[in-house]
Write a protein that binds this ligand. Structure first.
Ligand code: C2O
Ligand code: CU
Ligand code: CU
Length: 566
């Protein structure tokens, strides 16, 4: 372990030494100034699809019986385009599903009708800076914004959500999110489940008070680990049961939770098959005993009920796993009295984490009941698509990867030793347009400092795997080592390698079979002790593109930086 961390640290320091000198402001024109927002449609841009979006406060029935829940909600109206472009989820806080086709020109008018600032980001879509929902474009109440972009993505699943800095976590929590699908000609030729057999599967966790109102974290309490709710919602509803036919379905699983990581698996041990990750189809389906799904990630699931008897029921679970939380919290969680296996409503000793369901506990997500026998199921395709598999030979910075060093100072999770700053980049965050960059994402405990500014000594670090140190256990470094889903805006990337080192390898074995690294990704879960090397193309658009932890509490605490593509 120490070798690796020393190496990382040295490299990190080299980078930051250069970066610190090169810190500078951007050309002014990159920035949206208040009152000068891009609020006019471009005359030369002839949209195929035109949509009017609003965000507002609303009341919807989430829990059966009793009061409606106050939420924040996106509404949309189709002005121009194919009828299936917008699909409303009835009585839901989630925004409508957006169905795009590759090549479409899209214009969106967004008006913020809430009493607080907000902006929409299209997570997974490769769009220009000024249509990406960078927090610099945050709208005040009553303001509007015009997005214009061409759908460059291939077929896949993405999602949209609010991205107003410091408000993202709470606004997504209150409902500001929705699903995006993209199709392309190649996908249309495949015999994949369509129409009523191609369904959304947006997984979120929430907590409700006795008046059916959403409960979020109070103050700073719990932010360092992230919000964990005790009620699991699928497509905006609890206890969801899908009535299915005895055939194959495509379920577009999106983890829209603030910080909960799911380990998707069946109660009867049937393996899980994926046909796509994040915004892209895989070359060929991948079948695993379970699939990990971290906040921000998507997996297109191929769920085949062929051969299942009418009346049979399958339950999809989040299966138990370990290692995502800091060691001390993991010990508390695993030591708590488990309530009859299911973990639902346990509620013991988890006050600090904001709910009765710990990160890694087992619980049901949704059930599937076979209602009808049919024989029209498509067969699982052997090949789905083809794309260039990136290797070390494709990157132009093989020996000097761009670092994304994860660190946890007290109440301050950071990337590359810095918090988000709207108008700053470090030297190594400047990237030339058209390049393919090697990026190394790692845990940077080496640069951890104590609150008083002293370095932790080795002895303390080694105890990090142990228990009961530092009173509150919020001292930083290894003690706070936890899983972070790292998301990069703009184009998708590929995972080149994954290595695990350190003391938490036994825990890692409970999740290691659930990562699919053979496709395109825009979000990757980095477990404690893990180092992940990716290759990311920076093509088509210049400007500022964010990278951040998609644990939304971390993001809002400043665990976000940006690349400046020039
Ligand atoms: Cu889904 Cu910048 O995030
Ligand atoms: Cu994004
Ligand atoms: Cu994080």
């Amino acid at each position: 372990m120490t070798n690796k961390i020393n190496y990382n640290k040295r490299q990190f320091l080299q980078h930051s030494a250069v970066g610190a000198l090169a810190l500078g402001a951007f050309p002014k024109m990159l920035f949206a100034k208040t009152g000068h927002l891009q609020n006019k449609a471009t005359p030369g841009f002839k949209p195929d699809v035109e949509i009017e979006f609003t965000s507002r406060d609303a009341y919807v029935s989430i829990l059966r019986g009793g009061a409606k829940t106050k939420v924040q909600k996106y509404d949309a109206r189709l002005i121009k385009g194919p009828q299936n472009t917008l699909v409303e989820l009835k009585g839901n806080y989630l925004g409508p599903i957006l169905n795009y086709a590759q090549g479409q020109k899209v214009r969106i008018y967004y008006k913020n009708n809430m009493s607080e600032p907000s902006i929409i980001h299209w997570h997974g879509l490769h769009v220009p800076q000024d249509s990406d929902g960078h927090p610099m474009y945050t709208l005040e109440p009553g303001q509007s914004y015009v997005y214009e972009f061409v759908v460059m993505n291939n077929a896949g699943t993405s999602f949209y959500h609010s991205h107003s800095h410091n408000l993202t976590a709470e606004q997504v929590y209150k409902g500001l999110a929705g699903l995006i699908t993209v199709t392309d000609e190649e996908e249309q030729k495949l015999d994949l489940p369509r129409g009523e057999y191609d369904l959304p599967f947006v997984i979120q966790d929430r907590s409700f008070n006795s008046r059916n109102q959403l409960q979020y974290l109070q103050g700073m309490h719990g932010r360092m680990t992230g919000f964990l709710g005790d009620t699991i919602l699928v497509n905006g509803l609890p206890n969801v049961e899908f009535s299915v036919k005895s055939r194959a379905y495509r379920f577009r699983a999106v983890n829209g939770s603030n910080s909960r990581i799911y380990k998707l698996g069946w109660d009867d041990g049937t393996p899980m098959t994926a046909i796509g990750t994040d915004a892209h189809l895989l070359e060929k389906p991948e079948t695993r005993p379970y699939l990990m799904l971290a906040p921000g990630e998507r997996i297109d699931l191929w769920l085949d009920f062929s051969g299942r008897a009418v009346g049979s029921e399958l339950v999809m679970y989040s299966l138990p796993y370990a290692g995502a939380m800091p060691p001390k919290m993991e010990q508390q969680r695993l030591g708590k009295k488990s309530s009859a296996g299911m973990g639902m409503g346990g509620g013991m000793g988890m006050g600090m984490m904001g709910g009765g369901l710990g990160q890694g506990d087992k619980f049901p997500i949704a059930s599937f009941k076979v209602m009808e026998k049919v024989s029209d199921s498509p067969a699982l395709p052997k090949k789905l698509t083809s794309f260039r598999r990136l290797t070390e030979a494709d990157v132009d910075n093989k020996n000097q990867p761009i670092p994304i060093g994860i660190s946890m100072k007290p109440m301050r999770p950071q990337l590359n030793g810095k918090s988000f700053s709207m108008n700053r980049v470090m030297d190594f965050e400047r990237v030339e347009l058209g390049s393919i960059r090697k990026i190394k994402i790692f845990h940077d405990h080496g640069s951890m400092k104590m609150e008083q500014g002293q370095k932790m000594d080795k002895g303390m670090k080694m105890q990090g795997g142990g228990m009961g140190m530092m009173g509150g256990g919020m001292g930083g470094g290894m003690m706070m080592s936890m899983a972070h889903p790292i998301h990069l805006h703009g184009q998708q990337f590929q995972v080149l390698s994954r290595e695990i080192e350190g003391m938490r390898q036994e825990e890692y074995k409970t999740v290691s079979k659930g990562f699919i690294d053979s496709g395109w990704k825009d979000t990757v879960l980095v477990m404690p002790g893990e180092e992940i090397v990716i290759a990311k193309p920076f093509e088509d658009y210049k400007g500022l593109f964010l990278y951040h932890c998609h644990n939304l509490e971390h993001e809002d605490l400043g665990m976000m930086r940006q690349f400046y593509i020039t």
